[in-house]
Design a protein around this ligand. Sequence first.
Ligand code: SAM
Length: 190
Amino acid sequence: MGEMNDLLNNAQSLSRIIIERMLTSGARVIDATVGNGQDTLYLAERVGSRGFVWGFDIQEAAIECAHKLIPAHLKERVQLIRDSHENMGARIREEVALVLFNLGYLPRGDRAVTTTAASTLKACSEALALLAPEGIVLCVVYRGHVEGRLEWRELVSFGSGLDQNAYNFFTLDFPNQANDPPGLIAFQKR
Ligand SMILES: C[S@@+](CC[C@H](N)C(=O)[O-])C[C@H]1O[C@@H](n2cnc3c(N)ncnc32)[C@H](O)[C@@H]1O
């Protein structure tokens, strides 16, 4: 009971609703923040055997953890790259249907290794440049820490300046919730 109540009250599950609606089998996608690999695994399952997932993380520990999590039968459709997502444009030379950012620091990891507003903004521009028409960039932004609040502000400001004929842009916020819950930021190339 109450399962439906929890579908629309958080950025993570709303991002998945969007992914499930928008992503087709065979899609080529990017997980910009691999972390423990949960999102990478989820995306690898969703894109099917003809799809592909590139995953970026700057931490070796994250890449190793994700390697362990991805089962053998999915490994051939996943490439994990230890590099900053700011460099995705140099690493990937084809259009993608989705770029997913789950910002902040690795759960149970080193909190000092967090995404930053400057690198996130650069990475978002790179991501937009890689999008196929109708492709989307989703950012789950954790606003309970200083850098996360800055990321939210800067991404909202960046998105607000985009030409509406070129990109759909929206934010999902939860203004009646306590304790600065994560928000969702989305861009779609038109
Ligand atoms: C909240 S965690 C991601 C959680 C992950 N999606 C999962 O399913 O477990 C954020 C990750 O971003 C990584 N990160 C921080 N700065 C980065 C950068 N410039 N490029 C790529 N990854 C970065 C961190 O190392 C951390 O693992």
